[in-house]
Structures are given as C-alpha cells and as structure tokens.
Design a binder for this molecule. Structure first.
Ligand code: PBG
Length: 325
C-alpha cells in the first residue's frame, strides 16, 4: 500500500517548503495603479462604488503619485475627466487638457514614476463613444487622426507610455507613425489589444461619465464569446508596432490571457477592471469575503494565467500588503 500512494501533500506539510515550491508570486513591480484626474482645486473625492479610489485635482495628484512611488509602485495609468465634452473631443488633445496637466504634475512631483496615459475619446465626446460619430455610426478612419493627436499631446506633456483603449482598427499604427514623426520614438505603446465589450466597466463609466449616450460599444469592442479573435487582434497590434499587449477585463478572461501569452513572445498586461474591483469591495463590505486574501488570490491568478503587468485598483493596497508581509 505504502509504495503505491503518491503523496503530493508532502510538499505542503511545512510553511517554508510551501513557500519554496510556490510557482507564482505577485510583486509590487508587477502592478500599475489607475488614477483619475479632475479639474478644480484641493480635491480628493472617493469614487462611488469603488472604495479607496479617488478623483484627484491636479494640485493633489502629484502627491498621490509620490506616495505610490514610496510604496514601490513603478507605474500609474492616467484617466481624465474634462470640464467640456463636445463632438470633436477637443479636450482630449488640448495642451491644457486634464490628462496633459496631470502628467506634468506627476512628472514633476514623482520623478521616478513611469507615467502611462489612457488614449481614448469616450470621456471627451458628448455622445460618449470612443470614436467620432456620424449618423449613428462610429467612424473608424476619421477617429485615427484624433487618437494620434491625443497620444502626441500626452507624449508632449511627458507621458512615457500611451495606452490606446478605443479599439478602432489601425490605431496603433496611426499613433506610432505620429509619435515617430514628432521625435517621440522613445515613447512606448501599450495597446488594449484584446478589449471585450464587457459589462464589468460600469463603475468606471460612472466615475468618468463616459457611458455611451446611444447604443453600445459592440461595433468596436470584442464579443466576450470569442477566443480566436483575441489572437488576430494581438497579431495585428504587434504588426502595427505595439510594445506591450493587454487583455481586458482579467478574471473572466484568464483563458485569453494564457492564449495570448502562449502565442506571442510579447510583454502582456491584464486589466482587472472597475466592476471586478467593485464586486470584491461590495462583498467585503457585506462581510462575505476577506479583502486581503481575495485580493492576493485574484492578483496571483491573473499573473499565473500569464500576465506580466497587472493594471488594478488594488495596486496601492497590494503594495501595502506586500510591505507588511
Ligand atoms: C475607455 C476605457 C474604459 C475602461 C478603460 N478605458 C471604459 C470603456 O471601454 O467603456 C474601463 C476601465 C475599468 O472598468 O476599470 N474606453
């Protein structure tokens, strides 16, 4: 009997042995904290449904980045809430736009922080779509020049990495070409290559008032049922010049993260999105889940699936947790 039973439990017997054979470990250096910039002064306002996440005015966002830097976080991903939305998305590429101002503030006050910016139009258009609209259609090629202009203005403000999240065809190439033509060859593109038309974005859309005013995003974001399409989208972005790929959301798409990682030797990000974060926080508030244990399990599973970088609203909390451990 004794020599037929195989005993995998042996490796679990001692805590230190478990640590030695642990295959995946999340570190602070894997994490990217999203930040939201707003106009106004002296604002740090909690975002409804996303406890621990805030709107920061430009005069306070640098201090936040500095604190994250002190915790060991390497990068932030910036979003902005403009004061004016219009059909042309004019505040997306304005020199004094909210993201442009916030980039400059962070670069100044947290000089070691890597600054990434989300490049999209939905926060800046009055209809809330990620591209230009004509007669109810989201126009692809017309949107490309606006997206490229937006990315260029972020680079001019000091962004190190631009992250297009609009899902227009050809946007990575358009952005790369424009950046290169203006001597920003050193600015990287982290493409939201595999972005699904997900129901998990609602808390974010409320936070930045970017819900589409008509229709939905299904003509540009991907169908959650599709797996092979994720590989086609990734291949196109690599061809167009993306430096980092991304899958979004994360938890319902761990299989996609693994597929993309297996197929392409590219750095891969995964975005653990607002709804995924809000679900945990709501369950924790209801006394149903242990915040730290669930946080660690989720982030570990995203990394185990194949993500090299994790964009998550838990970044700050996880960094604090890792510091305590
Ligand atoms: C903009 C954008 C969205 C998110 C990141 N960039 C929303 C959307 O596509 O509707 C979602 C982020 C989150 O839910 O945390 N296009």
């Amino acid at each position: 009997m004794n020599n037929v039973i195989k005993r995998p439990r042996r490796l679990r017997d001692h805590e230190n042995l478990r640590a030695l054979v642990q295959e995946t470990r999340v570190s602070t250096a894997d994490l990217i904290q999203p930040l939201f910039a707003v106009h106004g002064q002296d604002i740090k306002r909690e975002i409804p449904g996303m406890p621990g996440q805030y709107h920061f005015s430009v005069d306070r966002i640098g201090a936040e980045a500095k604190e994250l830097e002190a915790l060991g976080i390497k990068a932030v991903l910036l979003f902005g809430l403009p004061e004016i939305k219009d059909a042309a998305a004019s505040q997306a590429f304005a020199e004094e736009g909210i993201v442009q101002q916030a980039v400059r503030a962070i670069r100044k006050e947290a000089p070691h922080m890597l600054v990434m910016t989300d490049v999209c139009l939905c926060q800046y258009t009055d209809h809330g779509h990620c591209g230009m609209v004509e007669e109810g259609r989201i126009l692809n090629d017309v949107s490309l020049s606006v997206l490229a202009k937006t990315a260029l203005s972020h680079a001019r403000a000091g962004a190190h990495v631009v992250a297009p999240s609009d899902m227009m065809d050809g946007r990575v190439a358009a952005i790369r070409e424009t950046l290169d033509a203006h001597d920003f060859q050193h600015v990287s593109i982290m493409s939201y290559s595999v972005k699904y038309a997900s129901a998990f974005y609602n808390p974010f859309r409320n936070a930045v008032a970017s819900a589409p005013q008509f229709g939905d995003r299904k003509t540009y974001q991907m169908d959650p049922a599709n797996r092979q399409e994720a590989l086609r989208e990734s291949a196109l972005d690599i061809e167009e010049g993306a430096d980092i790929l991304m899958v979004k959301p994360a938890l319902s798409y761990l299989d996609i993260i693994r597929d993309v990682k297996n197929h392409f030797s590219m750095p891969l990000g995964a975005y653990h999105v607002s709804g995924e974060y809000a679900m945990v926080k709501a369950a924790v508030a209801a006394g149903l889940l242990d915040n730290d244990k669930v946080m660690v399990e989720i982030l570990t599973s995203i990394k185990r699936a194949g993500a090299d970088l994790i964009l998550t609203y838990f970044a700050r909390e996880m960094a604090q947790y890792l510091k305590r451990e």
